[in-house]
Design a protein around this ligand. Structure first.
Ligand SMILES: Cc1cc2nc3c(=O)[nH]c(=O)nc-3n(C[C@H](O)[C@H](O)[C@H](O)COP(=O)(O)OP(=O)(O)OC[C@H]3O[C@@H](n4cnc5c(N)ncnc54)[C@H](O)[C@@H]3O)c2cc1C
Length: 448
């Protein structure tokens, strides 16, 4: 459409997918990445070792013809596997229809596939060890510095900011927030997270079922675990920073071991070096970032976590970022110029990223607390029967996770109303009737 140079800031998951998309469209693109090339190191760096990849993310991979290449490394998770404190295990299927499962995938493997694919088109597309240092919004100048001390100034380019939740590209907007009427909020949870590896058994097998995402709900804190292809699990403990059962109460080996013996007794003995890992691994922050607009003319566009970081409790942050790329691709094909593309992008994505941010906050309470609640369990079991009987009924989780044809905002509105109706219904009737519930939901058009 024009001959402006494309610059992408950050070759994480979203930046790499975006790079591949732009290169496939014939747009010459340079991606600056602050870190070293992860393919040169055996160890994963950065946040969350594995992630749940689901239909919205897969839709974007399919668009680029790399769905199967990625999914061969995924492990299917069909259910939530809930561990009660007394050792009871409850298995709740995520969905009832063919293909309704989520995939545990290594962040590093996925990112590497994307980098390899984009470098097949343009070998020098990614410039590693080079960080965006500062932005001069008035001169439209982006200053990068490399590890070896080089300074690169990019001027009058089209810049895509995919540099994550602590984005420096966002400074372009923050530096002139009054002029651009830029809204920005950043909200940290009082909770942090710590990752711990549950190793494979000596024979290399999984020590707990690999068919689901494990949850140990403990009221105001919880642990989850996702399987890895080598037989291990990545467990993530989410707990308050301070106070009762908080990270600050875990200062000695004894305190950590007592905590795990008390709250996670069925898995505690399966770790080799729990306390060692506990003190070695950092505590991560959980932040929600909301801002708008995400674009300025055809100069700068924010995507992925840089535009909308969310807390991880719906497993949708990356999926939402991948959906950003899918939608941008669609708009590039539809619109006449980049000004229109960027404006339409903010327009169509903002309300949806706000919706998934809110849903993720709801789901934190649901996962750590409600999944252990008898009424919630009764409603969930009833809803599974409803989905089995009426194939055009989708639970809120299914609407969000398995219906990429529906915007997040629609999934949220519809899912919340369904939950309200079914919770009341299950509280009212000892043995709730499927046909009766169907007619109530049908009255409000909550099908299809
Ligand atoms: C504990 C946890 C679990 C999660 N689980 C899931 C899940 O199951 N499913 C899911 O869909 N999502 C999940 N997420 C969310 C997911 O990790 C993010 O949404 C996703 O990583 C966003 O990708 P991104 O490319 O926008 O940003 P990032 O992954 O943060 O990548 C940003 C990239 O930019 C680079 N960069 C940063 N600053 C600069 C700079 N100044 N100059 C140049 N480069 C820079 C970084 O090095 C990095 O490579 C989880 C998040 C957390 C914290």
């Amino acid at each position: 459409m024009d001959d402006k140079k494309n610059i992408i800031v950050g070759a994480g998951l979203v930046g790499s997918l975006l790079g591949l998309t732009l290169l496939r469209k014939g747009n010459r693109t340079t991606i600056y990445e602050a870190r070293s090339d992860m393919r040169m190191s055996a160890k994963a760096s950065g946040r969350s070792i594995n992630l749940a990849l689901s239909h919205r993310g897969i839709k974007a991979l399919e668009m680029l013809g790399i769905k199967e290449q990625v999914l061969q490394y995924g492990i299917k998770m069909k259910s939530r596997i809930i561990h009660a404190l007394n050792g009871d295990i409850l298995v709740q299927d995520y969905g009832t229809r063919e293909g309704e499962y989520i995939n545990s995938i290594s962040r590093k493997t996925l990112n590497e596939i994307l980098m390899n694919e984009l470098q097949k088109i343009q070998d020098d597309a990614i410039v590693f060890d080079t960080k965006l240092e500062s932005v001069d919004s008035h001169q439209n100048e982006f200053v990068f510095s490399s590890k070896n001390g080089n300074r690169i100034v990019e001027k009058n380019c089209r810049v895509f900011g995919t540099d994550g939740s602590a984005s420096n590209t966002r400074d372009y907007f923050l530096n002139q927030s009054g002029h651009l009427r830029f809204n920005f909020s950043q909200t940290y949870q009082n909770y942090g997270y710590k990752e711990l590896t549950l190793p494979a058994s000596p024979s290399g097998d999984f020590q707990i079922s690999s068919e689901g995402l494990h949850i140990w709900p403990r009221g105001h804190f919880m642990m989850i675990a996702l399987p890895n292809p080598d037989g291990s699990f990545t467990c993530t403990l989410f707990a308050p920073f301070y106070g009762l059962e908080g990270f600050d109460s875990l200062r000695s080996i004894e305190e950590v071991e007592n905590y795990f013996t008390k709250y996670f007794p069925d898995v505690f003995t399966k770790f080799d070096d729990l306390a060692e890992q506990f003190f070695e691994n950092p505590i991560g922050n959980l932040v929600t970032v909301k801002c708008s607009p995400w674009h300025h003319n055809d100069s700068v566009l924010l995507l992925g976590d840089a535009a909308h970081a969310i807390i991880p409790f719906y497993g949708q942050g990356m999926n939402c970022g991948f959906e950003d790329v899918y939608e941008l691709n669609r708009l590039i094909d539809e619109k006449k110029n980049w000004v229109e593309i960027f404006a339409a992008f903010t327009d169509c994505r903002k309300s949806n990223s706000d919706a998934i941010a809110d849903l993720a906050e709801d789901n934190f309470v649901e996962m750590r607390d409600k999944v252990g609640d008898p009424l919630f369990q009764k409603k969930r079991a009833f809803e599974v029967e409803l989905e089995k009987r009426f194939s055009n009924y989708y639970s809120k989780y299914s609407l969000v996770t398995f219906r990429p044809d529906l915007p997040y905002s629609t999934a949220m509105k519809r899912g919340r109303r369904q939950d309200e109706i079914l919770m009341n219904f299950c509280a009212t009737y000892a043995t709730p009737d499927l046909d009766h519930a169907y007619s109530l939901l049908q009255e409000e058009g909550l099908f299809g």
